[in-house]
Write a protein that binds this ligand. Sequence first.
Ligand SMILES: Nc1nc2c(ncn2[C@@H]2O[C@H](COP(=O)(O)OP(=O)(O)OP(=O)(O)O)[C@@H](O)[C@H]2O)c(=O)[nH]1
Ligand SMILES: [Mg+2]
Ligand SMILES: [Zn+2]
Length: 336
Amino acid sequence: MWDSLEHAGSPDGRRAGRVARLDRGWSTIWYGAPDSGVAPVRARNIGAEVAVGDWVVVSDDGERVDVVLPRQSAFMRRASFEGQRAEAHTIAANIDVVFLLHALVSPPNQRRLERELVLAFDSGAQPVLVLTKLDLMDDPDETVRRVATLEAVAPGVPVHVVSGVRGDGLDDLRRYARGYRSVALLGASGVGKSTIVNALVGGQVQSTGVVREGDQRGRHTTTAVQLVALPSDPVGAEGWLIDTPGVRAVSLWSSGTGIERAFADVFALSESCRFRDCKHEEEPDCAVSLAVREGSLDPRRLDSMKRLVAEEAALEEEQKARLKVEDRRGFRKRKP
Ligand SMILES: Nc1nc2c(ncn2[C@@H]2O[C@H](COP(=O)(O)OP(=O)(O)OP(=O)(O)O)[C@@H](O)[C@H]2O)c(=O)[nH]1
Ligand SMILES: [Mg+2]
Ligand SMILES: [Zn+2]
């Protein structure tokens, strides 16, 4: 299963390894399966922006990460808190699929899923919705309702209903990793990410935690992003999983077509608006407003799209302003 490790070349012919974990400025780099006998290497990330999943080359003295190979995809979100400058935080790099996990036992949170979908589409990986803890649902009608509520905001996205403890649906999930592909698992704390990783791997590779009785919230058991090897099984599903710590808030870091893709239904409607730059407010012949009035588009979905578009615009402004400041500083530096 380590084909993908052996085949990842480096521009100058040096051997590349894959970052499996980050600890305070150190990368743990794999050159082979943890069970292959090839020892992982630890190197410092001095001046290198490294994320779990990156292919890297270590300096000849083995001290530091020298080269980070170009990323094919990356799941990023905004790292900073309110009031601070916008910074991107890369959760995982070189991923083919993003599992967005939501627990069926919690009330569906469409707004959170919409944000996650924007980030997932922007990452360049394929989003897949995974609804967990099916075994805890004893009302089938309620289960169907919850699935439908989340499905409604994920048009065109594959949906899997699973149980990490009972095993329902796990074979289907395993298929996404087939062929040395990388699957990142994302979702709030306690939704069962590590439980699914363990179930797929068939062993206790990741710790799992308890959830609060009342609201099913987890306690942030997983504290670092971790690359996990998925051993081959009879159906040849060898690949990689990336377990991540649950995040409370999903802040947008959007630069591409994530919003257009996550809201493809609304964008398709807007093709029929009279004005090309229709804001879907008070304009005449607005196909989007019409859909809301007719009940075929949930007004909350439209609101939430508008909010995300505004958030993205504000982020772009902030980035532009920052570039300007940096330009000015650079200019001053050049003139002694
Ligand atoms: N009944 C049931 N419990 C589950 C299932 N999946 C996870 N759990 C339980 O939910 C709790 C949290 O699971 P974890 O796998 O640690 O959740 P996580 O998403 O990794 O959480 P963080 O690491 O905190 O982000 C544990 O007590 C699990 O045993 C499931 O499918 N069914
Ligand atoms: Mg976990
Ligand atoms: Zn319109």
